[in-house]
Design a protein. Structure first.
Length: 305
């Protein structure tokens, strides 16, 4: 469907996306006070299914709370808005972007009692790394550190939090890499600009834990469950930068990235430079789950009916 004709859920009504616009002085446009989610819907088993809707909606409301935005909608209402928006746009698979913002042109910073608007948009989508994804991407350890909880609530998905990711992504692409990997303030591996990171060493899967200043992603949690189910042992701990260089396999995981193999870090080849066997098995299982082929995980899917 044409982007301008697509329908956006805007404070309870469906409007054409071309009309879902804001004045230039809008607080959230000027100051980054918007909050959002990224959710995926995949076709499978005769319907479209939204992956882990409940968890995404819970995080959206948690973000709203931490940034002082009173949406005026509860979890069932937001969930219904999301399902309705997917349905009305007739997209079998898509990326879903709930977004709430301070809909006020005031120059003062505090959100206070300023008007908040809540929206849901849907976008046809493949993967954030596009055609590069299947053969694996090249990453750079960023010279920028990941923000931490003394600076901003890092479990929140607020627009302003992403300035940190944007500057790291700019540096990576300006120096010829596909993606940045940020270290925590303490110098341990944290995450990509919008993905969590996993490494594989001697058959064991390792990923940074809560003490590494990461967003505890919903895909990350899903991958940990899937991996254990596949019989791998998964360890959550602080990871040193050199463990990245000596890993057998590295991959990134997130809603937009799904499971994206990393085949090169800072010019050093990861393993044999090819997509790893364990990465592939996890990626295959992940696709099987989101496309409703793995019945055991159907609890993670919300059919759009
Ligand atoms: N880290 C950051 C900084 C992110 O923005 C995202 C995307 N939400 C992730 C990790 C992955 O989270 P999820 O699996 O919930 O999409």
């Amino acid at each position: 469907s044409d982007a301008k004709e697509r329908k956006v859920w805007f404070n309870g009504t469906m409007i054409p996306s071309g009309e879902a616009t804001v004045p230039i002085l809008t607080h959230s446009l000027q100051y980054g006070s918007g909050i959002f989610e990224g959710i995926r819907c995949y076709e499978g088993d005769g319907s479209s299914n939204i992956f882990r809707l409940k968890e995404h909606v819970a995080r959206f409301l948690m973000t709203a709370k931490m940034y002082g935005l009173n949406l005026g909608y509860d979890a069932p209402e937001i969930s219904r808005a999301i399902v309705e928006t997917v349905k009305v746009n007739n997209l079998r698979s898509c990326y879903i972007r709930p977004f709430a913002f301070v809909d006020d042109d005031a120059i003062s910073l505090g959100v206070g009692k300023k008007k908040v608007s809540t929206t849901v948009s849907v976008i046809p989508y493949d993967s954030i790394f596009g055609s590069k994804k299947s053969a694996g991407i090249r990453c750079k350890v960023s010279s920028w550190r990941r923000i931490n909880s003394n600076i901003l609530p890092i479990q929140a998905k607020a627009s302003g939090n992403y300035i940190n990711s944007i500057i790291a992504a700019n540096e990576a692409s300006a120096t010829g890499f596909d993606e940045a990997i940020l270290l925590s303030e303490g110098g341990y591996l944290a995450e990509g600009t919008g993905e969590n990171i996993f490494i594989v060493k001697d058959g064991t899967i390792l990923t940074p834990g809560k003490d590494s200043d990461i967003l505890l992603g919903i895909t990350r949690e899903s991958i940990i469950d899937i991996s254990r189910d596949l019989g791998y042992s998964v360890i959550e701990r602080r990871l040193h930068r050199d463990e990245l260089y000596t890993a057998d396999e590295v991959f990134l995981a997130g809603t937009a990235a799904e499971v994206t193999p990393v085949v090169n870090v800072d010019g050093l080849v990861v393993g044999d430079g090819k997509v790893g066997r364990i990465t592939s098995s996890i990626s295959d299982m992940y696709y099987g789950i989101v496309t409703a082929k793995e019945k055991k995980y159907s609890k993670w899917l919300t059919p759009v009916k």
